[in-house]
Design a protein around this ligand. Structure first.
Ligand code: NAP
Length: 470
């Protein structure tokens, strides 16, 4: 893929970049390694001051940064502004909470025959972050804020279609005060990832992206025995049961499917509705989807902007066409518009069957699949009947059913009567082919820490030293 800014609202190429040479990559890794030695000697309080300075700059530069994101990948300007604010909030969260998350954890010294024993969380070194374009600032920040607070350094290989946002991030951390090399953007294609991750100075990798990209990175990391966190695709279920408030469920379903122009890993994608309320829900949902305004992402009145690439739009339309050709019913949308820009209308498709692509594939656009089920058990079977397991939603006002969904949905998170979203306070990640490891919260910060056991004995004969070993 060329490294370029192309405006999805017009299809116009605005800026192109040459990929970095092997020598430039090598120099960047060297700087990241040197910066790590410097950063790990700084105090948490110092790093918190730098991260807070980054948050202040994000707030001050919100509108220009949001405009840049909208220009590079087409999200609405309103959504882009909210994304910048969310990043600032996450920086402050980690600046405030890292001292507690990274504090030594005392162990029971008597039980382990020590004078003192504790667990210490230490940084591991330069971490490669391979990131997607759909939340070009937030996806990076949820890695970078905890990693830098822990004392690691970051090497960012961002998606090739958001190079200016990638360069902004490097500049942001430098201006906030982090040492040169603490956070570096590598303008490279995915073909450079093997070389970078194989470098002994690079200690780990995190990837947010598609399943094929995850498999590729996991293979390299396996060969090199390096830790990875993988945040991959999803086809989240949104189950609606008879006791649900249907108006609220339909309203939230529309946002859940179409936020970020339908290009979110945790968007609800499969709407699984109990037959008792299927027709009523389908009518309300399709009416809301059809009423969304599709248009210029910079306009205040726009709900859904263009998809990020022509290839992405063609793929979404091919998935819809495949279902329709095999007998699915379109309740709204489904037509590819003519004209400039990679727009696609909010679409609801029902009468889906397992042989259709939409049944098993992730649809990365504003297209909802609607499934009719006759019971709780059938709802769970359809919801879990996918290779993905990222987020999940269930709508029910029956307390016993709420508890059952929390246990039975096979996903990294379960949101009952609400829309899946990410918070710095809560762990985020998936199971099955949606990946492994967690981002956010203390769990995310500790993914790239050495959880080091420290055991200190009496230093005298008979006081437990070397009692036995494995
Ligand atoms: P993608 O093609 O996998 O790209 C993501 C990143 O991986 C980009 O930087 C890309 O570089 C790089 N990449 C692609 N193939 C690679 C390979 N073989 N080896 C190494 N790096 C590779 O994904 P996308 O289409 O941009 O993003 C959409 C996908 O991301 C969806 O499946 C979505 O669900 C998922 N996603 C998941 C989460 C989550 O938290 N679980 C969040 C957001 C998105 P280039 O741009 O240079 O190709």
């Amino acid at each position: 893929m060329p490294i370029a800014t192309t405006n999805p609202a017009t299809g116009q190429v605005l800026k192109t970049y040459d990929a970095m040479s092997d020598e430039q990559i090598d120099a960047a890794i060297e700087r990241a390694d040197l910066a790590f030695r410097q950063l790990r000697e700084t105090t948490i309080a110092q790093r918190a001051r730098w991260l807070t300075a980054a948050a202040d700059r994000l707030d001050a530069e919100r509108d220009e940064t949001a405009r840049l994101m909208t220009t590079e990948m087409g999200k609405t300007y309103a959504a882009a502004k909210a994304e910048v604010t969310k990043c600032a909030t996450a920086c402050r969260f980690y600046a405030d909470n890292a001292p507690a998350m990274l504090a030594d954890e005392p162990a029971d010294a008597v039980a382990v025959k020590a004078r003192r024993a504790y667990v210490r969380y230490q940084p591991i070194g330069p971490v490669l972050a391979v990131m997607p374009w759909n939340f070009p600032l937030w996806q990076v920040m949820r890695f970078a804020a905890p990693a830098l607070m822990a004392g690691n350094t970051g090497l960012l290989k961002h998606a090739s279609n958001v190079p200016q946002t990638a360069l902004y991030l490097e500049d942001l951390f430098r201006r906030a005060g982090f040492p040169e090399g603490a956070f570096t953007t590598l303008l490279v294609g995915s073909d450079a990832v093997d070389r970078i991750l194989s470098d002994p100075r690079v200690r780990a990798a995190t990837l947010t992206g598609s399943e094929p990209a995850g498999r590729s990175i996991a293979q390299i990391a396996g060969r090199e025995i390096k830790k990875t966190v993988l945040e991959l695709g999803g086809s989240d279920p949104f189950v609606v049961m008879p006791s649900a408030d249907l108006d609220t469920a339909a309203e939230v379903a529309t946002t859940a499917r179409c936020q970020n122009n339908g290009q979110s890993c945790i968007a609800a994608k499969r709407f699984i509705v109990h037959t008792d309320v299927f027709d009523a829900f389908a009518e309300k949902f399709a009416a809301r989807m059809a009423a969304l305004r599709v248009g210029d992402p910079m306009d205040d009145g726009t709900d859904v902007g263009p998809l990020a690439s022509e290839r992405g739009r063609d793929e979404v339309h091919a998935q819809v066409t495949d279902a329709v050709d095999q007998g699915a019913t379109v309740l709204c949308g489904g037509e590819k518009p003519a004209g400039d820009g990679w727009y696609y209308p909010p679409t609801v498709v029902t009468d889906l069957r397992p042989e259709m692509r939409m049944w098993s594939e992730e649809v990365f656009g504003p297209v909802a699949g609607l499934y009719r089920v006759g019971s709780y058990d059938e709802a769970i079977e359809v919801a879990n009947g996918t290779s993905f397991g990222l987020g999940s939603n269930a709508w029910t006002n029956d307390p016993a059913e709420q508890e059952r969904f929390a246990v039975d949905l096979d996903a990294g998170n379960v949101f009952i009567n609400g829309m899946t979203t990410s918070y710095p306070e809560l762990p985020f990640g998936g199971v099955k082919n949606s990946g492994y490891g967690r981002e956010l919260s203390a769990a995310g910060m500790r993914e790239f820490c050495n959880t080091k056991t420290v055991w200190i004995g009496e230093g005298k004969a008979g006081a437990g030293a070397g009692a036995h070993s494995e």
